[in-house]
Design a protein around this ligand. Sequence first.
Ligand SMILES: [Zn+2]
Length: 495
Amino acid sequence: MSESVLSQILVTLADLKASQQLLSDKVDKMQVDAVLSKDDHLLGKASHYHNCAVHSDSDGDTVVSPPYEAEPALHPGIYTDKPVLTTYAGQKGVKPTKLNWGEADPKARGPIVVSHLANQINVRNAVGAYGGPYSIYRSLAVAMGDLPADHKPNFESTQPPIKIQQQPQWADASKIVSLDPFGHLTSEYYKDEIKKGLDIRPTIAITRAHMIVPELQAEIKSGGMRVDGKVIVNETGELNVHKAAVDPVWFLPGVASRLNVEEDHLRRSLFENTGGMYPELITRPDLKVFLPPIGGLTVYIFGNHELLSDPNTRLTVRVHDECNGSDVFGSDICTCRPYLVYGMKESIKEAQNGGVGLIVYFRKEGRALGEVTKYLVYNARKREGDSASKYFQRTQDVAGVKDMRFQALMPDVFHWLGVTKIDRFMSMSNMKHDALIDAGIKILERVPIPDELIPPDSKVEMDAKIAAGYFTTGAIPREEDLCRTLGRGWDDFRM
Ligand SMILES: [Zn+2]
């Protein structure tokens, strides 16, 4: 290739780069100028909703093609005229609603506002959307016309049936960083703002229920547990329980400090690893709160919830991370359901003796690696000879890490409930134990799962975990023992 052709190519490339930059600058400028500074948009009177990115700038130059009319607007005036890809701190028209994380007074703390509707986008004070992962389903319902984008929930009679006493921990911005301690009373504390039209939603809901667990029914029938009419309501084995569903609400500076990373670094990683889903993580360092699109947790309380924060009341606790295969479907490769049910049994007994029992169930499937990764690991284990000595390595090979549950955020829910001491901790996990201790919560006794509840095929996991530091009252397997703990193969599968 001649030198002149080469230099021509280089010049063309440079031109391309320059026009690319120009285009990107113009798009940015339009985001800043075109949308938020117009009062009619802020008042929700935008004329039309287009679904193509940008049409033309103020000079009339076409910035992004095609300039076709989109499908008829789903909800004219509800969204901004042009999609706002992101906002910027200090941008004209942007005035986030006051939000002071860690304030004891909910009014002074301020509501969390994440709505992207045209009349609220300028007062948003958090990144993300209400509902965690379910915000995606909401998007589908709106797209299909099943749900008006500006539907106003009717919160009448939805308030909690019990009062969770406000704790000093609620006003400690270092103790609670991953949930909103006022999240269950949003519709009460911020009713004026809601009345004015702000889309503010609860991130915690509390209710009461009866539950039936077949294993515990059998225990009751055989006399292993007694009906007291309060916690175990009747011979059928119905159990009285209060439960709270908690969506994650992250105070990013607090989450970063809990994980020992810089906030900027955390924001960049969240932005990049969600496919750039939330540009405001980068462009709005002034917004400190993020509602991540991940599953939350559920708290089950047996006994008198008012005693949870009383250090003189005995408390039995199981912290459980979701394992759908075992918890619901009875897979025998791990101890998840048996340990969960054992945790419930001991919690119920504690409550019957005047104490309180607590189950905290986190949606962190497969050590927060997800169920797809989990099954890939199962295959690798079963194909290559399932032994305790290779248990963690198999996960590491597929996922790159052994665990992504980050128990450092787990204790927040205990601070919310006012728990300062756990009498019986129904878990062998050193990570959960250490996280609670680091959070200043005392643990008086650690209770391992009894041997008779361990399914044979889950011995591989159990031995590997104990060797890696899980709590046990028994012997710690040595290296050579781990090679001898073998799981079942696939030989008994006959189709
Ligand atoms: Zn499991």
